[in-house]
Design a protein around this ligand. Structure first.
Ligand code: PMP
Length: 405
């Protein structure tokens, strides 16, 4: 299918509006992506025509909802090339996926053990491990990131030993745009017998994700960052792990047999899906991934890389411009600072000009502070952003900087 931004934009109703009297240029895609009509319609169709609880009813609607829900699980498993659909556990998003894992790995981590995370983690893949280490008297060790935004793999190699119980790193950094060499990281960790969680929150919209090729034991992502609704996400967990780990939440659906004194738990993946799931969200996530697949992730990546390169070159014309994150393998995220200009002031002026960016720590406060900064401005790109929008954005930055200086 030819990649036509104009045609793609027609699928995203929210983009067709003015803010502060200016056409909206939405460059906050790392925070959340907009939704195409196909996804909105799938969600709405479910509530209009199918709404029913899954796995419970003998009636037709419930059977249809159950069928569609399980079919979506299979499609999502295929999309990330999971070996089996039971390895797909539906959650509210990356944050819940990581918290689920940090809860069920409690006994796996003993006093004196080590968990390795990187310095470029989002709080969602840092604080759950920090708190688990605190509860278990274990040590949280931080894999450093250099000034370009590249992970120190030598440190990782040196730190791997039998006391390390988990390596948790992101696939793509939401601050730096760095694409981490996740396959290599998994290889190193597995050579030392250490399991790996990959936080894929930023990855699915920009790059191919093949969990078997990466080899990770666990892989987490959020639907809303890949054109699906908020409130739906996935924890991929290898069944060899998930079968032997304890449940996360207790209640309906996750049980097999219950008496007043005892319970046996359901099989995977239901053991980890207590209560009524977000059925509409799951169906819409399947539609969102179909949308991406139809356009082709390689084409999307090519387009976004072009936008990133163009925006970077144009921003570098601004005096005092500092790009934060210069890894050679980078995508879709452009963090920057301008000497003498506060990021918040710049973000506010950009908003006045119709350009939506994010400013601040981007939920990675330790990384930003370690770099000696108090925040950055972040523009992040998606498949529907155009080259014209990059021009509007960079012109707006130039104008705002002149006003603020
Ligand atoms: N990890 C990364 C790398 C992220 O960018 C985000 C969202 N900004 C998260 C985790 C958390 O995702 P969610 O809020 O959807 O749970």
């Amino acid at each position: 299918m030819p990649f036509s931004v104009e045609k793609i934009r027609a699928d995203f109703p929210v983009l067709n509006q003015k803010v502060h009297g200016k056409p909206l240029v939405y460059l906050d895609n790392a925070a959340t992506t907009q939704k195409p009509v196909q996804v909105i319609n799938r969600l709405s169709d479910y509530y209009r025509n199918e709404n029913s609880n899954v796995h419970r009813g003998v009636h037709l609607l419930s059977q249809k909802a159950t069928e569609d829900y399980e079919q979506a699980r299979t499609a999502i498993a295929n999309y990330i090339n999971a070996a089996e659909s039971k390895e797909i556990i539906f959650t509210r998003g990356t944050t819940e996926s990581v918290n689920l894992l940090a809860t069920v790995l409690e006994e796996w981590v003993q006093p004196g053990d080590v968990i390795l995370v990187s310095a470029m983690e989002h709080h969602s893949n840092l604080v759950p491990w920090q708190q688990l280490c605190r509860r278990r008297s274990a040590e949280l060790k931080i894999i450093p990131v250099d000034s370009k935004g590249i992970l120190d793999l030598e440190f990782l190699k040196k730190s791997l030993n039998p006391q390390v119980k988990l390596v948790a790193v992101n696939h793509i950094s939401n601050v730096l745009g760095t694409i981490n060499p996740v396959k290599e990281i998994v290889g190193l960790a597995h050579d030392a017998g250490v399991p790996v969680l990959i936080d894929g929150a930023q990855a699915l919209a920009h790059t191919k994700v093949d969990v078997q090729e990466i080899g990770a034991d666990f892989y987490a992502f959020s639907g809303h960052k890949v054109y699906a609704p908020m409130g739906i996400g996935v924890l991929y967990g290898r069944q060899t792990w998930m079968r032997r780990l304890p449940p996360y939440q207790y209640g309906g659906e996750m049980i097999d047999r219950v008496s007043f004194d005892e319970v046996t738990f359901n099989e995977l993946p239901y053991k980890y899906e207590a209560g009524t799931p977000n059925v509409g969200g799951v169906l819409a996530l399947e539609t969102a991934l179909q949308y991406v697949q139809k356009l082709g992730i390689e084409q999307i990546r090519k387009h976004e890389d072009l936008l990133l390169e163009k925006a970077t070159n144009q921003l570098l014309q601004v005096e005092g411009m500092k790009i934060i994150g210069k890894a050679p393998d980078k995508t879709a995220v452009l963090s920057f600072l301008v000497d003498g200009v506060h990021p918040y002031d710049l973000g506010t002026l950009l908003d006045q000009m119709g350009v939506a960016v994010r400013t601040g720590y981007h939920c990675a406060e330790p990384l930003i502070k370690q770099m000696g900064l108090s925040g950055t401005v972040r523009a992040s790109f998606a498949l529907y952003n155009s080259e014209e929008e990059v021009d509007v954005f960079t012109d707006a930055v130039k104008k705002a900087v002149n006003m603020l200086r």
